[in-house]
Design a protein around this ligand. Structure first.
Ligand SMILES: Cc1cc2nc3c(=O)[nH]c(=O)nc-3n(C[C@H](O)[C@H](O)[C@H](O)COP(=O)(O)OP(=O)(O)OC[C@H]3O[C@@H](n4cnc5c(N)ncnc54)[C@H](O)[C@@H]3O)c2cc1C
Length: 469
């Protein structure tokens, strides 16, 4: 066996892959990036480009006191310790330096921090230009460094010698390397895998939709299988609830004016909560729920008007709801996807919701709305509106819009893949293709991006150090 062709080969050119490539190159390694699609960038390019970070310069400028320790604490509490604490520590420690590093790469962030409402303090940093506003500068920096990104090169297997990974294989070539980094993204575009690994999506039927790029086929799972690498994080992924009106628009939040009930007719949460929380809450109701509202609320939802969302995102100011305005609702009533009835009892009959409970839930909700305080679930007063003017409406919501997945091989805090017998020699992984870094409650908004940047960078540095040792 001769000299390996490359020090580090990176599989995938999204956020994790590009960060890994730049760091590995800057540490002195000869780097090649292989990309299955016709252009680089993956789902990262079309994403929101929002990322969590604690203790940043931007937070300081806004007078927000925060720290890596606070982020680590919140991360573990929020995920109920169902993540790898070593990975969580790495994310917390490296989040602020990674924002600064991205700025050094030419990424610009809005002078605004979003707060999903459960991060403790505002931590969401939004890149100007969304995901493309990060990917484009990273691609410019890789090009300046002369790093080759070979597109239309889908890696189909890993080369091994004994227990050691020694390169990769595509349909056209075998490429040898001292270290291989998997950065292949998730499996959202592979619906068979989605249904198998995230069973909560099974009720979605043909509503199932992935908002990301076609390359998210879950290839990392098949690549590590011959090595016997354990897969962790089953069931995890962020899936938005949707009424299934269309698969061309996704909505991370319900407009706050809606009332939400489960199949028992009971309210179960603050309806304005972000998708990261709503996902888990709806799973606990049996993977579906119902929105209920009245004619006055419907008529107040004017087409094109800013939706009543709890989270304000600087890159999408004043965005209207793609599902919930007067005209869309009327069209969906006509299409049979929204039930309409003159009385709540009739609505209950059509939807098979228990009439007594639905009536009781609406009465309680109206009482809270009139008092101007949601003493039961804590929804903000500005979102409370009574359900009292017939006709009444109800629509079923299901977990159907896949945003990202988090099932895959586990990594240590330096990005090395953890096999059944410890670290796999020569193999690293970063970003959405890994498991155990994200919990089954998604933290804030921006959890996945910061995971990709932090672990992409860590894997790049680790791989270069190992390759050059
Ligand atoms: C519309 C949208 C909005 C989002 N908004 C946010 C947000 O604001 N904040 C946040 O934190 N998260 C967000 N997410 C999630 C986040 O963007 C992704 O989880 C993250 O960008 C994934 O990065 P990655 O590098 O792991 O994978 P990707 O960016 O998907 O890159 C993986 C790359 O690997 C390639 N590839 C796959 N298999 C192979 C193979 N066998 N050989 C070679 N190449 C391969 C793919 O084609 C792809 O280019 C969003 C996702 C979407 C889709």
């Amino acid at each position: 066996m001769g000299e390996p062709q490359w020090d580090v080969v990176i599989v995938g050119s999204g956020a994790a892959g590009l960060c890994a490539a730049i760091e590995a190159h800057d540490a002195g390694a000869r780097v090649l990036v292989l990309e299955s699609q016709g252009e680089p960038g993956g789902s990262s390019r079309i994403s929101g480009g929002m990322m969590l970070a604690a203790g940043t310069e931007l937070q300081r400028r806004h007078g927000i006191e925060d720290s890596a320790d606070a982020f680590y604490h919140d991360y573990l509490m929020h995920t109920q310790w169902k993540v790898l604490p070593g990975a969580a520590r790495r994310i917390a420690d490296d989040s602020a330096p990674s924002i600064a590093w991205l700025e050094g790469m030419g990424v610009e962030f809005y002078d605004f921090l979003s707060d999903a409402g459960y991060d403790g303090v505002p931590r969401t940093h939004s890149a100007v230009g969304r995901g493309a506003g990060v990917i484009e500068p990273l691609l410019e920096r890789t090009a300046e460094r002369g790093i080759e990104i070979r597109c239309r090169s889908r890696v189909t297997s890993l080369l091994t010698e004994g227990e050691r990974v020694t390169g990769v294989e595509t349909a056209d070539e075998r490429v040898t390397a001292r270290q291989v980094i998997l950065a292949t993204g998730g499996f959202g575009a592979n619906f068979d895998l989605v249904r198998e690994l995230i069973p909560a999506t099974q009720k979605a039927g043909d509503w199932l939709w992935y908002i990301g790029a076609d390359g998210a086929q879950g290839d990392a799972l098949g690549l590590v299988e011959p090595l016997g690498v354990p897969i962790v994080g089953h069931g995890r992924g962020v899936v938005m609830t949707t009424p299934g009106f269309t698969t061309e628009a996704f909505e991370g939040y319900l407009p706050g004016w809606m009332m939400l009930v489960n199949n028992r007719g009971l309210r179960f949460c603050d309806e304005s909560l972000p998708y990261g929380l709503m996902d888990g809450l709806v799973r606990e109701q049996g993977d579906e729920a119902w929105v209920v509202f009245d004619d006055a609320a419907k008529n107040a939802a004017l087409p094109g008007a800013p939706a009543a969302y709890r989270l304000q995102i600087p890159s999408l100011p004043g965005r209207p709801s793609p599902n919930w305005d007067r005209d869309i609702i009327d069209a969906q009533v006509a299409a049979g996807r929204v039930a309409r009835a003159d009385t709540l009892d009739e609505l209950a009959r059509i939807t098979s919701l228990p009439a007594d409970t639905l009536r009781g839930t609406v009465a309680r909700y109206n009482e809270l709305a009139r008092a101007g305080e949601d003493a039961d679930f804590g929804k903000r007063a500005e979102f409370l509106r009574t359900v009292e003017t017939g006709p009444f409406y109800a629509a079923r919501l299901r977990l159907a819009t896949v945003c990202l997945t988090c099932v895959g091989p586990a990594v240590d805090r330096d990005g090395r893949v953890l096999g059944a017998g410890g670290v796999v020699d020569g193999l690293l992984a970063a970003g959405e293709c890994t498991g155990g870094t994200l919990g089954d409650r998604y933290v804030g908004t921006g959890n996945s991006w910061i995971n990709c940047v932090v672990f992409g960078r860590a894997a790049g540095r680790t791989a270069a150090a190992a390759a050059l040792a």
